[in-house]
Ligand binder design. Structure first.
Ligand code: RFL
Ligand code: PHB
Length: 389
């Protein structure tokens, strides 16, 4: 089999890239390790920047998003028992965010992919990348046979644990990493949200977040230490701990109910540099991870896709290498700013086991500054709604 672009991974990055390429008449094949149902079962991001919404429009996959997504003009940050609203729209000069689950984005992209009649191979075992410098190809096993896909370029969209980044010789790649000594325990339930906007809460017992998927479905998170397992938390334990960490009038509005899903994610900051190795391009979580506090992971995957798509389009349509040559540095400039913002929000709102009294005072000063300075609030808003592509 031969194609122009072999895409490894059918998460949001791989599917969005595939859709943009297909619409531009550039042939592509997606090779995915898991079954489609498994890819759709992972509950992850919920907040989309305007840039990502624009890309989904460009891909022709935004009809349901516009019908069902919730446009949010503000967020709240709570600490010391009080809530503080940040008017994102006003502070950022008109930008908003859209609350629409990653599961729904993936679902919409999968439907569009099926309609485009391009090939997607699910349940591909042992995907391997070959000859990245000259004539690249993928191999994998499926149904008892080994398969081969030759291509012009490979897009490594296979997430943090994928094979693409690991196919690069260690000497050619630089890794930057910070692992935080805690995780987030998330719970999804069919109950109305506690408040109309997201609440990020700092508390001495640990961070908490009130988010949502729709007017009848809520998503909550609490900070837990890195060693805990989701199974150790009953729903009642979760709801009790969540309410303890919220200001009283927000806690009073939490409607409890049975969980649909409960899982723990370890928090990590990670960047691999560069993003290009010969004819392989890394894209999305394959190249970088942010802690979820700033809601940036999925949105960063989208901006990578934008830069990579533009580079590939220029290559095939305009016979220019400029966009592909610039891909790594253009994407990394935006990635590091999102890394900085996500690290800052995480550092400001979580409790750290080894934080001394000086560090606790600095966190308090940071929050006091944020809630009393228009400049600080504007900086938060500018980053939260997403820096321009
Ligand atoms: P994905 O989604 O991990 O998809 C990678 C795909 O590649 C497949 N794969 C392979 N395929 C073939 N061969 C292999 N060897 C393979 N290895 C893996 C996988 O099966 C999968 O289908 O990466 P992608 O596409 O780069 O997308 C990234 C986003 O999923 C991620 O950044 C976000 O979910 C992060 N994130 C958030 N981002 C936001 O922008 N806003 C948020 O509000 C937000 N909240 C979150 C989050 C992530 C969370 N967790 C669980 C880490 C909240 C949480 C709790
Ligand atoms: C979510 O709804 O899953 C969500 C929202 C905001 C974040 C992280 C996750 O910062």
């Amino acid at each position: 089999m031969r194609t122009q672009i072999a895409i490894v991974g059918s998460g949001p990055a791989g599917l969005l890239l595939g859709q943009l390429l297909s619409n531009a008449g550039i042939d592509n094949v997606i090779v995915e390790r898991s079954a489609a149902a498994h890819v759709l079962s992972r509950i992850r991001a919920g907040v989309l920047e305007q840039g990502m919404v624009g890309l989904l429009e460009q891909a022709g996959c935004a009809t349901r998003l516009h019908a069902e997504g919730l446009v949010h003009e503000g967020i709240e940050i709570a600490y010391d028992g009080a809530r503080h609203r940040f008017d994102l729209k006003q502070l950022s000069g008109g930008s908003t965010v859209t609350v629409y689950g990653q599961t729904e984005v993936t679902h919409d992209l999968m439907e569009a992919r099926a309609a485009s009649c391009r090939t997607t191979i699910y349940e591909a075992d042992g995907v391997a990348l070959h000859d990245l410098d000259a004539a690249p190809f993928l191999t994998w096993r499926k149904d008892g046979a080994t398969h081969r896909l030759d291509c012009d370029f490979i897009a490594g969209c296979d997430g943090f644990h994928g094979v693409s980044r690991q196919s690069v010789p260690a000497a050619a790649i630089q890794l930057y990493e910070r692992v935080y000594p805690f995780g987030w325990l998330g719970l999804l339930a069919d109950v109305p949200p506690a408040a109309p906007e997201l609440i990020y809460a700092r508390h001495a017992r640990g961070f908490a977040l009130c988010s949502m998927r729709s007017p009848t479905r809520s998503r909550y998170y609490i900070q837990t230490d890195g060693t805990q397992k989701a199974e150790a938390w009953s729903d009642d334990m979760f709801w009790d701990e969540l309410r303890r960490r919220l200001p009283p009038e927000a806690a009073d509005h939490v409607v409890t109910g049975p969980s649909i899903e409960k899982s723990i994610a370890q928090l990590r900051s990670f960047v691999a540099e560069p993003l290009r190795f010969g004819r392989l391009f890394l894209c999305g979580d394959a190249a970088h991870i942010v802690p979820p506090t700033g809601a940036k992971g999925l949105n960063l995957a989208a901006s990578d896709v934008h830069y990579l798509f533009e580079g590939l389009r220029e290559h095939f349509h305009d016979h220019s290498a400029a966009g592909l040559d610039a891909y790594s540095s253009r994407a990394l400039a935006r990635i590091w700013k999102a890394e900085r913002f996500s690290w800052w929000m995480t550092s400001t709102l979580h409790t750290f086991p080894d934080l001394d009294a000086f560090g606790v005072r600095l966190q308090a000063a940071e929050l006091d500054y944020l809630t009393h300075s228009d400049a600080a609030a504007a900086t938060l808003a500018e980053n939260y709604v997403g820096l321009p592509f």
